[in-house]
Write a protein that binds this ligand. Structure first.
Ligand SMILES: NC(=O)C1=CN([C@@H]2O[C@H](COP(=O)(O)OP(=O)(O)OC[C@H]3O[C@@H](n4cnc5c(N)ncnc54)[C@H](O)[C@@H]3O)[C@@H](O)[C@H]2O)[C@@H](O)CC1
Ligand SMILES: Nc1ncnc2c1ncn2[C@@H]1O[C@H](COP(=O)(O)OP(=O)(O)O)[C@@H](O)[C@H]1O
Ligand SMILES: [K+]
Length: 501
């Protein structure tokens, strides 16, 4: 699977290189043909369903015109909505326009109120969108939301920033497509922030460009290939000590649930022994999960345990002391929730984190990331990739920036975008499960990068598995995740053993 993601600037460079070697119009023709083939697939091979194509003023519109000409040639009733008063077309788009005009493509300049379509194609804007959609384009993009048929976006859903996954411009809107066919290379904005909602299912069409000639990508999709070497079957001659200890440190007064969820996740993800080290009063045993060993946080010996700090930890002096002690230790660390808030409030603790030689994984959601960087959550979401990079660089840690299209970044700028998961995870406690899962992988000897990438992918895949069984997305609970995590992890190990990557 090609997992590479390129920024708009990179795609422009790839495009320039390719154009220099090809006859004019070749790329647009290939784009139109590939999109027409995909349209036929989406129509289930039926040629009796009419297709509406919205064509904008630039080369994205050119792609739509090419596509319309190809569809019409195959006998499909293709209608192009080409808003009037459109501008200078590029030479390629003008050629595509002439080809469409020469065939049986119908042209309209307003959307008929009662149109019934088998498919609607969004070819308004691609990577050339310079400002928020406005006027008739904005109206058209909004109208697409009411379509009852599939909406196929060409290259990028119009209005979406392909770098960030956010609509372009203040108060911008973007088309919500069910499918996107993206050209030359995949783009990060189709997979993170609002990108998944706008792009739907993404297909990449390389337009004949040899992937081997592409530069180093700005980011990659997270996949099992990233952590495949860590998927080891258990040895018969192993014992609980072989799989490490996880200690979850948290649970200030009244906040027992979060550390328990993290501890359960650590157990189900295979940690040899799991401790819940509580700052507040605790029950002594979890009757649902009696395997978890309770300790009073102040008395916990760190030893060589993997520490998951933060779930329900609160912001007390004791919490701060434990965090400082953990930062100065050589233990593998996962820092989540309140541990991140404490870090954000203390330059001294941040300095200790940056000085730390041993691995740490930080798992902020956007608001926690905002506190750490001293900005707002909206600023984080406006450019999640930049935020994850900046946090990893500043802290020297592996950073997991949570949310749809979770990012995993490390200090050298390497960045992954996670394609698994669904909004069923938007429920209290699912982040605690992620932290515990990550701790368990660290405890089993996975390096920080693989543990973070693996935890994020498996956590999302577990949620997807639950949805497949009808458990969610609505009403999925964090407590249901650990068993699903276990199922996914065992499947991955089995498949790795059977030679599947
Ligand atoms: N050039 C190439 O080699 C290829 C380009 N392709 C297509 O071309 C697209 C890029 O083409 P363009 O660079 O022409 O860019 P777009 O087609 O995305 O749009 C740019 C045009 O829209 C105008 N514009 C930008 N923002 C606007 C706004 N908010 N309201 C109104 N007008 C606005 C610009 O002035 C320009 O005329 C790609 O996304 C892809 O779909 C494909 O054909 C593949 C190959
Ligand atoms: N809409 C969504 N799509 C995919 N994943 C999501 C979505 N919403 C939340 N998640 C995931 O769920 C988890 C929530 O973590 P967090 O915000 O810390 O919640 P909590 O503190 O309640 O545990 C993260 O792993 C996040 O990436
Ligand atoms: K588009």
């Amino acid at each position: 699977m090609d997992d590479t993601l390129y920024t708009v600037a990179q795609v422009r460079a790839i495009e320039a290189g390719a154009r220099a070697q090809l006859a004019p119009g070749t790329l647009m023709r290939r784009a139109g043909e590939a999109a027409a083939r995909y349209a036929l697939e989406l129509l289930g091979g039926r040629r009796d369903l009419p297709v509406l194509l919205l064509a904008g003023p630039g080369n994205n519109g050119g792609d739509a015109l090419e596509m319309a000409a190809v569809l019409a040639d195959t006998g499909i009733d293709a209608t192009v909505l080409f808003p009037p008063g459109q501008r200078e077309l590029s030479e390629e788009a003008a050629d595509a326009h002439a080809r469409a005009r020469a065939g049986t493509v119908g042209f309209i300049d307003m959307l008929p109120p009662d149109g019934e379509w088998g498919l609607v194609v969004d070819g308004l804007f691609g990577i050339g969108l310079a400002r928020a959609l406005e006027g008739e384009y904005r109206d058209l993009a909004a109208l697409l939301a009411d379509m009852r048929c599939p909406v196929l976006a060409l290259d990028v859903p119009s209005g979406l920033d392909a770098d960030t996954g956010m609509p372009v411009g203040p108060d911008g809107i973007a088309v919500r497509a069910t499918h996107t066919i993206t050209f030359l290379a995949d783009k990060p904005g189709l997979h993170t922030a609002d990108g998944r909602d706008h792009a739907g299912l993404v297909r990449v069409e390389a337009l004949g460009i040899d992937p081997a000639t592409l530069p180093e990508p700005a980011a990659r999709l997270d996949s099992r290939a990233v952590f495949a070497r860590c998927l080891q079957a258990r040895r018969h001659g192993s014992h609980k000590g072989s799989y490490g200890d996880v200690a979850v440190i948290g649970g200030a007064e009244g906040m027992l649930g979060a550390p328990l969820l993290a501890a359960r996740a650590a157990l189900y993800a295979g940690a040899g022994r799991v401790f819940a080290a509580m700052l507040g009063p605790h029950p002594g045993v979890d009757s649902v999960q009696p395997e978890i060993m309770f300790r009073t946080a102040a008395e916990l010996a760190f030893g060589s345990r993997t520490l998951v700090l933060g779930p329900g930890m609160g912001g007390s002096a004791e919490a701060m002391r434990l965090l400082a002690q953990a930062l100065d230790s050589t233990n593998a660390l996962v820092l989540d929730a309140d541990a991140l808030n404490l870090l954000a409030a203390s330059p001294e603790l941040m300095a200790r984190l940056a000085r730390r030689g041993a691995g740490a994984v930080l798992t902020p959601h956007p608001l926690e990331a905002a506190r750490l960087l001293g900005v707002t959550a909206a600023t984080i979401q406006a450019d999640r990739l930049a935020a994850a990079r900046s946090l990893a660089e500043r802290t020297g840690a592996v950073v997991v920036l949570k949310g749809s299209g979770t990012l995993v970044g490390r200090p050298d700028g390497t960045l992954l975008v996670n394609p698994t998961g669904n909004p069923g995870l938007a429920t209290g406690g699912s982040g605690d499960v992620l932290a515990g899962l990550c701790g368990a992988l660290l405890a089993q000897g996975w390096p920080a990068w693989e543990a973070a990438a693996g935890a994020v992918w498996i956590h999302g895949a577990a949620a997807d598995w639950l949805v497949e069984q009808g458990i969610g997305p609505i009403g999925m609970t964090a407590g249901e995740l650990p068993a699903a995590v276990r199922a996914v992890l065992n499947r991955l190990v089995r498949e790795a053993g059977a030679g599947r990557p």
